[in-house]
Write a protein that binds this ligand. Structure first.
Ligand SMILES: [Zn+2]
Length: 350
């Protein structure tokens, strides 16, 4: 069997943990973009640039100039914004990204004020105490009116909350609660920070082995995916093929799991490029990469976003299986390594 360059697994997991611990709700992802930029700056073969929108592009000159390629993963995550300050001093939330309200109940969070102050808090039901509200706590529908941010600050009025520097439009990041156990990585926002880590680990593996991609390749670390327009800008027009790298949806009826990389052949945006998908399957088989083929029922990727801009190119999607996506997520190191190996095989393919 042909060999792929060795992956530095501790590096991958360390980078991923740090990235997960860097708050980056869509619209406020700069710290995570900058952290990724700093990590990629260690590889001088990559030419780094920023789009006007704030995304990071890294171009690596390949053995051949013709048929340039791109890969993309997104660093922005689900989150919230202060919708209003309630008369009692607590905050009403406006959602950033597509998640169900129940999935954030009880979570710790940080409010980022305009002046740069960080105020901690937690997301709770307006009727949270069972000693006070009894059965209502279980019966209430979770939505924007029944969930609120309780700040860890002495405030009982809107005026006191405003004195903390908090205002409408301030970003709110949810605690990722990163934990590495028995090979599992459990955290919010593995979508899609897991795949940013995969791309950075692939760059390091190739670079450590003294190799470079077969074709000139651009990596786009996009920063507006969760709201639907991440990769709309930033991929060079001459790129002929885009490999989107994003989490695979795990759950009942899905073939994806936490121990494999998945090839998504169809999602809510329709089928991906058949010929490119088949080449990826052939590459997985050539290098004995554990993979699944799947269809994601409620899912869109940055690959389709680029297609929707009118891009005339092949687009395919791979990624590690992530359990409980857009909730308290989990994957396994095996899936991260399988996806990294797949990316390496693709980068080296003539
Ligand atoms: Zn994603």
């Amino acid at each position: 069997m042909p060999e792929l360059p060795e992956i530095d697994t501790p590096f991958l997991l360390d980078f991923l943990t740090k990235l997960l611990n860097t708050p980056s709700p869509t619209g406020f992802a700069e710290a995570a973009v900058a952290f990724t930029e700093l990590s990629l700056a260690a590889f001088p073969a990559l030419k780094l640039s920023r789009t006007r929108k704030g995304a990071l592009a890294a171009t690596w000159r390949g053995d051949q100039e013709q048929g340039p390629r791109a890969l993309t993963a997104h660093v922005d995550t689900l989150g919230g914004m202060v919708k209003e300050i309630k008369p009692g001093g607590r905050l009403k939330l406006s959602r950033i990204g597509g998640y169900i309200w129940n999935t954030i109940e009880g979570e710790g969070c940080t409010v980022f004020t305009r002046s740069g102050r960080q105020v901690r808090g937690s997301i709770l039901l307006t009727k949270a105490s069972s000693h006070v509200f009894g059965g209502d706590v279980g019966e209430m529908k979770r939505d924007e009116d029944t969930l609120e941010v309780r700040l860890d600050a002495r405030t009982l009025s809107a005026a006191e909350t405003r004195e903390l520097g908090i205002g409408v439009g301030d970003f709110i990041a949810f605690d990722p609660r990163v934990e590495l156990n028995a090979g599992f990585v459990r955290s919010r926002h593995l979508d899609d920070k897991a795949c940013v880590a995969v791309l950075v680990a692939a760059v390091k593996a190739l670079s450590d082995a003294g190799l470079k991609p077969a074709r000139t390749t651009t990596l786009l670390i996009s920063n507006y995916e969760e709201v639907g327009h991440g990769a709309a800008a930033g991929i060079p027009a001459e790129v002929e093929e885009l490999l989107a790298v994003d989490m695979a949806a795990v759950g009942e009826g899905q073939s994806s799991d936490e121990f494999h990389a998945s090839l998504c052949v169809k999602d809510s945006g329709g089928p991906y490029h058949h010929e490119m998908s088949n080449r990826l399957r052939a590459l997985a088989e050539k290098y004995a990469i554990p993979y699944k083929v799947d269809i994601y029922p409620h899912y869109h990727s940055d690959g389709e976003v680029w297609w929707n801009t009118g891009a005339d190119a092949a687009v395919a999607l791979i990624g590690p299986g992530v359990d409980a996506s857009h909730n308290y997520e989990r994957t396994h190191t095996e899936a991260l390594l399988a996806t990294t190996r797949w990316v390496l095989a693709y980068l080296l393919e003539e």
